[in-house]
Design a protein around this ligand. Structure first.
Ligand code: MG
Length: 365
């Protein structure tokens, strides 16, 4: 019986993780549940799954994330932002697998986290693209890989003619995936894909110039790998986050009642280059890898504040790229020589969030 700690249990990934556990109760058991602030939902989850530990980060503090993973076999990390970074480091140092649904931890601190991975404590990707890539790479050697093809749905606004008219309501209507508000906005701006380029680069030790983003509107092919002989392996499935969660927790393909792809119906799958003129944020994934070590932390922190302000109606959709570029440039002189450490990432995150929020208060965006 695998003991599962769930960090971020009341969010979209957290609740879907509990569905997977409910369907696989002979193999998986809830060890601990941590939510940010939704006490009512946490209590009802605790009533059903009877975990040995529960906590609310807003009440009990961020250290409760580390308390929650102690004694677990695997920690599903589905918290927002970088609050779970110390808990991820703790897991990897103490032989606890990390089923990682949060991408900010790898985006900001991939070079710290990846060297801690061992046979005893692995990172199991729960992001659908990265789960797909790991399936394509199973049993392959590094020198067989030519490039990774990271598919992108394009998000909710890909067909909007005038992007200055995009409201939070429009950006939150994702065509294929049902996810939390933050990641749905990131998907609409394609910041999410920039994050995923950096995430894939760390997870699979592939430089970002060997990662190609391809827009695939149907979200059926979750990503692909091209090998040195020209052969391409793709992973496909009906979009459903429970599949990557189940693969991560059970370690392979096991029976499920998830919806199947239907090949009896005529289906078209399309692939095209992303429109980088309309969605320039997608280019950050490749550009930041050539900047200063904390540049991805700055980018992530600034984006967090931008998303909040956009959702509050205080920023235009088309202001994401110029604002993020400005903040990343602004901090270059200050952070140029600063090494990547857990503490520096946490400090930098706070500093940049305050700075970016002030831009909005001064209406400097
Ligand atoms: Mg994804």
């Amino acid at each position: 019986m695998k003991k599962v700690a769930i960090l971020g249990s009341t969010g979209s990934i957290g609740t879907q993780t509990l569905e997977v556990i409910r369907s696989n109760s002979a193999k998986l058991r809830v060890w601990s549940l941590v939510a940010y602030s939704n006490e009512q939902k946490l209590n009802s989850q605790a009533n059903e799954f009877a975990p040995h530990f529960t906590a609310l980060v807003s009440k009990d503090g961020e250290n409760s994330l580390i308390e929650a993973v102690k004694g677990a076999d695997v920690a599903v990390v589905a918290t927002r932002g970088i609050t779970a970074l110390p808990a991820v480091v703790y897991c990897l140092k103490h032989g606890i697998d990390v089923a990682l649904a949060n991408k900010e931890v790898l985006v900001t601190a991939g070079s710290i986290v990846m060297p801690l991975v061992s046979r005893k404590a692995r990172i199991l990707p729960v992001d659908s693209e990265h789960c797909a890539i790991s399936q394509c790479l199973a049993g392959k050697k590094p020198d067989e890989i030519a490039k990774i093809i990271l598919t992108a749905s394009g998000g909710a606004c890909y067909d909007v003619t005038d992007l200055t008219t995009v409201t939070p309501e429009i950006a939150l209507k994702h065509p294929n995936w049902n996810m939390g508000a933050k990641i749905t906005v990131d998907s609409a701006t394609m910041v999410n894909k920039a994050f995923e380029v950096i995430e894939a680069s760390h997870l699979f030790s592939v430089p970002t110039d060997k990662i190609q983003v391809v827009v695939h509107r149907q979200s059926v092919v979750h990503s692909a790998v091209e090998f040195v002989d020209g052969s391409v392996l793709m992973q496909a499935a009906v979009p459903d986050m429970r599949l990557p969660i189940q693969i991560a927790l059970l370690g392979g393909h096991f029976p499920s009642d998830f919806k199947r792809l239907n090949f009896d119906e005529k289906t078209s799958l399309t692939f095209e280059n992303p429109d980088v003129l309309r969605f320039p944020c997608v280019t950050f994934g490749h550009d930041l890898s050539h900047r200063y070590p904390l540049s991805a932390t700055v980018f992530n922190a600034a984006n967090d504040v931008c998303v909040e302000n956009f959702l509050a109606g205080k920023m235009q959709f088309t202001d994401f790229y110029p604002t993020l570029s400005k903040v990343v440039d602004e901090f270059e002189p200050q952070y140029k020589g600063t090494p990547l450490t857990v503490q520096n990432v946490l400090d930098c995150d706070k500093t940049v969030k305050q700075f970016t929020q002030k831009l909005f208060e001064r209406c400097d965006v």
